[in-house]
Design a protein around this ligand. Sequence first.
Ligand code: C2O
Ligand code: CU
Ligand code: CU
Length: 495
Amino acid sequence: MDRRHFLKSGSQLALLAAGLRQARADSLPVHSEHAGHAAAATPAGSVPLLPRGERLPALTPLANQSALDGQFVAQLEAAPLPVALWDDARRTTFWAYNASVPGPLIELWEGDEVDIAFSNRLPQPTSVHWHGLPVPPDQDGGPHNTVAPGETRHYRFTLPEGCAGSYWYHPHPHGHTAEQAFRGLAGALLVRSRNDPLRHLPEKLLVLSDLKLDADGQIAANDMADLHDGREGQFVLINGAWQPQITLARGERQRWRLWNATSARIIKLALPAHEVHLVGTDGGLITAPRLIDSITLSPGERAELVVTGRFAAGQPAGLQSQPYERGKRMHAEQEQDETLAEVVEHGVRPTPVLPAQLRDIAALGTPGWRRRIVLSENMGDPRAPFLINGRGYDMNRIDGTGVAGRIEEWEVVADAHMDHPFHVHGTQFQVLARSVDGIWEDEPFLAWRDVVNVPAGQMVRLRFVQALPGLRMYHCHILEHEDQGMMAQIDFLPG
Ligand code: C2O
Ligand code: CU
Ligand code: CU
């Protein structure tokens, strides 16, 4: 592996890739809001040696130990990982899958039989949740199925046809999901299709995560503001690197897959100097490309974009995060555009055709059942500050029953002063309509999603089917809210 990749040496490995040791404190910007926070939060005169401005690190693939077609067999381990982020002997202890932050890329094909042996070397119980994938409930690493420290379990599932898309995996032990994820446990999972209309385009994978360091240079614990608003650190990293560089030719078309793996940031992304088409959401391609100016990704959400290099004069060439207000009370709102990645011009290339049609998505029909899901905040009670339908999560209470195979229609309401990104396990849903200032607006296009942001005071109507019976969670994907009770569970009985 070259220096641009995570450096492996025995069980220890330096993450945060490229240029870690070459980075100089004086090369860090002092004008950006992030750097200001970093300087304030870290020991006087010392800033972490995060790689910055280096080439976007590639994700490390998880090796398939099976030679058989249609089979994926691998090992995954969660363990503490000391990393040299400082100019001295200090080590910052992350928690990592296979000693890599973000975790290794799991690349699968529709139809694959998957068997992943997972070992827990953390000091806490954990689990691996396959966010967005239609895996059976007992293989989905929910809070009821944790792996004790020192133990190993296998996750086994078969991927159905038609599920190609950008998924991810992260821990889900109740009360500790946020902590385990923000210490570094999260990785991308791709399901590929053999008839992918965009396979001719070069692909870039961008996993966005949040890093918050304390005054000792360690991963900070959550403070009051984080517990209320959701955690926000000093750095937004992409594939473990800070403000990496992406090369793009004029006229070139690249397919970008983006993951919002932060705890709580709702990130409004834009590439103002370029042409951007939305081509996919959480659960894969949409029916046809849509030209967009920006895309707002809430925590847990993914998108596929086709970026055409234009380098329009007078516009910032990079990947920008634009201000978005999500109703935070204790963190400052972002006021200006910030550059998350530089995009560097690299020659001129012909522009390949973007297919007019990507795939068929059939609209889900008349529901067999309707539910109303109310997300609310209850700040007066520190034991139950975040609620669904008036109750905090209880592992031992089943909040409803459904029937596998039946169409469900849910109206999800944020009766709250903050936005709450809503997630359902084990399936993909279609958003039918969203309210804007109380007025319903039909969703303009069909897409498969598993996270949808419900803005403060607003409502979203969605439909889905759970194909498999069993217990499924639904929750806010601001992980601090989930851990503090904004989660519930429904048992789907065999149809
Ligand atoms: Cu991404 Cu219940 O989780
Ligand atoms: Cu999930
Ligand atoms: Cu929330």
